[in-house]
Design a protein around this ligand. Structure first.
Ligand code: PLP
Length: 356
C-alpha cells in the first residue's frame, strides 16, 4: 500500500535525492569507490561541499557577508553555541514552545535572559505579540516554526539588536530576507535533508564580540576558517542535503515551495475548519504551513484512537500529535505531494461520515 509520510522529522525527502544518494553510496560518479569510502579531503568530496554551500546561498539568496556552515550536533547544540559566541551579559528570547524553552535553558548558563514574550499560558497555541526587545540585549532569539504546536512566524521583521532564528522546520519553505538576521540555523532533518547535519547561516561581522574563551569546536570562526572541515563532516548527509537543495532549485526555488506548501496547508486547514469532528489546535493567525496540528472536538475525544487506526489502515504515517499537544499532527514538508494531503482529507471525511 502507498504510504503517506507525515512524519515530523526525520521526514519525507524528495525521491530523487534518495535515489541519487543510493547510487553515490554504491559508487560515486564512476570513481570506483563509494561515497562512504572517500576522504573528506578528497577533491570529490570538496566539490560536493562546495556545491551544497553554493546551492544554499543561491536558493535562499544569501547576501554577501554571510557564511554557510554545515556542522554536527543538531539544532540542539546551537542552543548552547549561540550564547557561547554572542552573549556578553544579556540576551532576549521569545518563548514559543519546547524548542524555544530548551534554547532559553542553555542561554541562562551564560548570562541574563530576558523572555520578552511567551505563549506558555495557553500551551503555545499562539505567537506572542506586542513585545519589545531591550536595547541592551546582545541578540534576540526566535523560533520561526514551532514544530510541536503548529505555529509559525512567517515574516522577517526589523530588530534593534542582532536577530537569531531557529528555522529548523520551516527553512526552504518560503523566501527569507536573510539580511534581517545575524544568524539562521537548524537541523536539516525537516526540510533540508536527512538527520545528522546542521546548517548555520551567520553574518561574519557579528562574531568575535564576546570576552569569554570559546572552545575550538564551539567557535563559529573555527568552522568558517576551515570551510566546515575542521573535523570530519557528516559526508553522506551533506550529499543528500545537496541533492535536496538541487531538487528545490529545479522545482522553481523557495517561491515555488511556498506556493506548494500554502496550497497543501490550505487544503488541510479548510478540511479541519469545515469539519464537525475535528478542530485546529493553534490559533488561526499563528498557524504553521509546515506542521498542521488538530484534535477532535471535546464530544468526540473518545474517537481519537479509532481515527488513528482508521488512518493507519489507509496508509497514513506519522500523524500522531506530539504528546504535549495530543490529537494529530500532519507535517507537510516540501517533499510531501499534495496527493498525500488529499488522501488524509478524504480519510477524515470518510471517518466523519461513518462515525457522526
Ligand atoms: C527538531 C527541532 C529542533 C531539534 O533539532 P535537533 O537537530 O534534533 O537538535 C530544534 N528546533 C526546532 C524548531 C525543531 O523543529
Amino acid at each position: 500500500m502507498k504510504k503517506h509520510n507525515f512524519n515530523a522529522g526525520p521526514c519525507i525527502l524528495p525521491r530523487v535525492a534518495i535515489e541519487n544518494t543510493a547510487k553515490a553510496v554504491l559508487e560515486l560518479n564512476g570513481i570506483g569507490m563509494s561515497l562512504l569510502e572517500i576522504s573528506h579531503r578528497s577533491k570529490e568530496f570538496q566539490a560536493i561541499m562546495d556545491e551544497a554551500v553554493a546551492l544554499f546561498k543561491e536558493v535562499l539568496e544569501i547576501p554577501e557577508g554571510y557564511q554557510v556552515l554545515f556542522l554536527g550536533g543538531g539544532a540542539s547544540l546551537q542552543f548552547c553555541m549561540v550564547p557561547f559566541n554572542f552573549m556578553n551579559k544579556k540576551a532576549a528570547y521569545l518563548e514559543t514552545g519546547v524548542w524555544a524553552k530548551k534554547a532559553i535553558k542553555e542561554a541562562k548558563l551564560f548570562g541574563e535572559v530576558a523572555v520578552v514574550g511567551s505563549s506558555s499560558d495557553k500551551n503555545f497555541t499562539y505567537i506572542p505579540k506586542g513585545w519589545t526587545v531591550p536595547a541592551d540585549a546582545d541578540y534576540f532569539h526566535i523560533t520561526t516554526n514551532n514544530t510541536i504546536y503548529g505555529t509559525e512566524i512567517r515574516e522577517d521583521f526589523d530588530c534593534p539588536v542582532p536577530l537569531i532564528a531557529d528555522m529548523s522546520s520551516d527553512i526552504l519553505s518560503r523566501p527569507v530576507d536573510v539580511s534581517k538576521y545575524a544568524m539562521i540555523y537548524g537541523g536539516a532533518q525537516k526540510n533540508a535533508g536527512p538527520a545528522g547535519v546542521t546548517f548555520v547561516i551567520v553574518r561574519e561581522d557579528v562574531l568575535g564580540k564576546v570576552e569569554r574563551v570559546i572552545p575550538t569546536m564551539l567557535d563559529y570562526r573555527t568552522h568558517i576558517k576551515e570551510g566546515s572541515m575542521f573535523n570530519t563532516p557528516p559526508c553522506v548527509n551533506i550529499f543528500t542535503m545537496k541533492e535536496t537543495l538541487k531538487w528545490v532549485k529545479e522545482m522553481g526555488g523557495v517561491k515555488k515551495m511556498a506556493e506548494l506548501d500554502n496550497a497543501k496547508a490550505d487544503l488541510l486547514y479548510n478540511a479541519i475548519d469545515n469539519s464537525r469532528m475535528f478542530v485546529g489546535a493553534a490559533e488561526k493567525d499563528a498557524r504553521s504551513i509546515m506542521n498542521i496540528c488538530f484534535v477532535m472536538k471535546e464530544e468526540y475525544k473518545d474517537k481519537e484512537d479509532a481515527f488513528m487506526e482508521f488512518a493507519k489502515a489507509r496508509g497514513m504515517v506519522g500523524i500522531k500529535g506530539h504528546r504535549s499537544v495530543g490529537g494529530f499532527r500532519a507535517s507537510t514538508y516540501n517533499a510531501l505531494p499534495i496527493e498525500s494531503v488529499q488522501a488524509l482529507v478524504d480519510c477524515m471525511s470518510e471517518f466523519e461520515k461513518e462515525n457522526l
